[in-house]
Design a protein around this ligand. Structure first.
Ligand SMILES: [Zn+2]
Length: 153
């Protein structure tokens, strides 16, 4: 870089002329580089912050311990029911049961939606959902579907 006052050649990036001491103006593109670095640092900070928020939103519910309940479905009918529909959290499975009385026991987490319905041909049919030994839903029907459902707290 040439000094505009005395014409001496100076190394690139020098702040003053080594011959006459004239101050050189700051290189404009150096300022621009600083701005780009700052924009990048701020953008990276915002991005990392957003990632942490998403991570917290997804992982925090998993860290809260779930309560589990002892669930029991009971189905009974006069003369034998033909079909039972068992539904846990929206997933329905169908079971045929030719017996007059039938039950199923399992554990389910809080928030689980449970429902059971049983169909009979011509006779009385009833179903009961028991949670931790307490009857929470029951239904009796004739010549139709008996249905009960519970959402665990
Ligand atoms: Zn000079």
């Amino acid at each position: 870089m040439k000094c505009s006052k005395c014409g001496t050649d100076n190394p690139d990036g020098a702040k003053f002329c080594r011959e006459c001491g004239t101050a050189f103006p700051k290189a404009a593109n150096q300022n621009r580089t600083h701005k780009i670095v700052w924009v990048f640092v701020i953008a990276a900070g915002v991005f990392i912050g957003l990632c942490l928020c998403v991570f917290a939103f997804v992982s925090l519910p998993l860290l809260i311990p779930k309560t589990f309940y002892n669930v029991r479905y009971d189905v009974a009918s006069v003369g034998g029911a033909s079909i039972t529909y068992i539904n846990v959290n929206g997933g329905t499975e169908q079971e045929d049961f030719p017996f007059n009385a039938w039950f199923r026991e399992f554990k389910a987490a809080s928030g689980t939606f449970l429902s059971v319905s049983a169909q009979t041909h011509g006779n009385f049919v009833g179903c009961v959902i028991t949670v931790n030994g307490k009857v929470l839903s029951q239904s009796t029907e004739r010549n139709s579907f008996a249905s009960c459902s519970v959402r665990l707290p």
